[in-house]
Design a protein around this ligand. Sequence first.
Ligand code: CA2
Length: 144
Amino acid sequence: MKLLIINGPNLNMLGVREPEIYGKRDYAALCGFIRNCAEELGAECEIFQSNHEGEIVDKIQSALGKFDGIVINPAAYTHTSVAILDALKAVALPAVEVHISDVSAREPFRRISYAGMACVKTFAGYGFDGYRMAMELLAGGERK
Ligand code: CA2
């Protein structure tokens, strides 16, 4: 089981500002958390972060034939990017959307998710744990 974890713009700034929304832990801590989850599941994972929409589209396209599933937090592109939605539809790999914060309880513009339309499930508002939930779902809930 090979999982691709994609994080969108500004998630590399985690822990720097807005700890009341995103928590105090930084991006390195998130990557460590994800790697630990993968190990527990007996899965391989690659973590990719970009602040650029086209790079995220390229990465999704490159996943075809290499990965069994995608966990994606498209960050702000969640609410704007038809290109990321189309890329997820194009590769048709099982994908799960994650948001650290509860986007449904924030500004109205965060209630729209384009990427989510191509995902089998969304976990929002569970902090880092949402990544674990998404990875478990894709790995079939199996633990090593
Ligand atoms: O809750 C999430 O995971 C989000 O995807 C995070 C995005 C936001 O645009 C989405 O609506 C919800 C923001 C990414 C991180 O932004 C930061 C801003 C300041 C300091 C640290 C991170």
